[in-house]
Design a protein. Structure first.
Length: 350
């Protein structure tokens, strides 16, 4: 999804509840951001680790988020990059293989997956999302891994930021309790609650809320980053990179945000340099969008819909126009959409 920083929050949250969370993640793909790219905006963070390092960090901190490597889903690393430039990003069998190869390589005892649907998802239609969720759950269970999937809404940015360092900054603020976007909180608690239930822990949601409130989850995130070589951005988030140009995207009319082309927002971030159009392309971790308005927000003419963070004025100009066109306003507010739409499991079928 676009602005999806759930993995960054959920791994330390579950670790603070006593679980061991090895997570093998990927880079940006298509119009969506990648967890590894986000973490690499932290100076010194070693995103690629072999099996021994992964085990050591998980044992020491409770969680580790790393990429596929020579002995951890090695084929996926190559296929992942090729898909991004061969128009096969949305292939259901390849998505299933990519996701589960990394998850199975990490050796978990249970798995919960977040399958997004809406304008910012690969599976824009709910039926496509159901097919992917069913494929993931069935293949995981066939491999002996108990799995469930949530189908969640991606008709607006998840949280308020899109772009690597900006999303890490929002993650830090979320974990520290400075600011917690309600939709991001709901999805995180829903996914975490299911995993704790699968691990035999009752009152999962209450446990998660407790470790959030106590600061234990923030401490686990800090420990993980340090164990993988990163600088301390929990106590000093100003160490994250920032873009030199920041521009406001102003509403040209008043009304309610009725619809958002979230895919266009993701492509705007790529246009700024925050994503790739070829596998070997370097990305700019500092660029992106912040304070992105959500569906239903009431705005007056001239109010900000988002802020663009760019490397130069020309890139900012292009992104401002793309972002402005992505928002559709109406007099009446849109109907509310559930954040968690469905649960798919081996028992219930859907």
């Amino acid at each position: 999804g676009v602005g999806d920083k759930v993995s960054l929050i959920l791994a330390p949250l579950l670790a603070a509840c006593g679980l061991f969370v090895p997570m093998i993640s990927g880079r940006g793909l298509g119009h969506t951001g990648g967890t590894l790219d986000k973490l690499e905006s932290i100076e010194g963070y070693a995103a690629h680790a072999d099996r021994a390092i992964l085990r050591r960090v998980v044992e020491a901190t409770g969680c580790a988020i790393v990429g596929a490597g020579a002995d951890l889903a090695p084929a996926d690393r190559k296929l992942y990059a090729i898909r991004d430039v061969t128009a096969t990003v949305e292939s259901l069998p390849l998505i299933t293989a990519s996701i589960l190869s990394k998850k199975l390589a990490a050796g978990p005892s249970a798995l919960v997956m977040d399958v997004k649907t809406g304008s910012g998802a690969f599976m824009a239609e709910i039926d496509e999302a159901r097919s992917l969720a069913r494929s993931l759950v069935d293949v995981a269970n066939g491999a002996g891994l108990p799995a469930r999937a949530l189908i969640t809404d991606m008709n607006e940015v998840l949280g308020t930021t899109a772009g690597n360092a900006l999303e890490v900054y929002e993650t830090v603020r979320f974990l520290r309790g400075d600011e917690r976007d309600p939709r991001l909180l709901e999805i995180t608690l829903a996914l975490g609650g299911i995993l704790l239930d699968m691990a035999g822990m009752s009152d999962g949601r209450a446990r998660l809320e407790t470790v959030l409130a106590s600061g234990d989850a923030a401490e686990r995130f800090s420990m993980m980053v340090a164990a993988l070589g990163g600088v301390d951005i929990v106590d000093d988030p100003q160490r994250l990179p920032t873009a030199p140009v920041m521009r406001e995207v102003k509403a040209t009319d008043g009304g309610h945000v009725a619809r958002i082309d979230v895919r266009a927002l993701g492509l705007a971030v790529i246009g700024l340099g925050g994503g790739r159009s070829r596998p070997d392309q370097a990305i700019d971790h500092a660029v992106g969008l912040s304070a992105v308005a959500g569906r239903g927000r009431q705005v007056a003419r001239g109010d900000p819909l988002a802020f663009v963070h760019a490397r130069d004025e020309a890139a900012a100009d292009a992104a401002v126009e793309t972002v402005r066109r992505a928002f559709v306003l109406s007099e009446a507010g849109p109907p509310a959409l559930p954040v968690v739409i469905e649960t798919v499991s081996a028992v219930t079928g859907a």
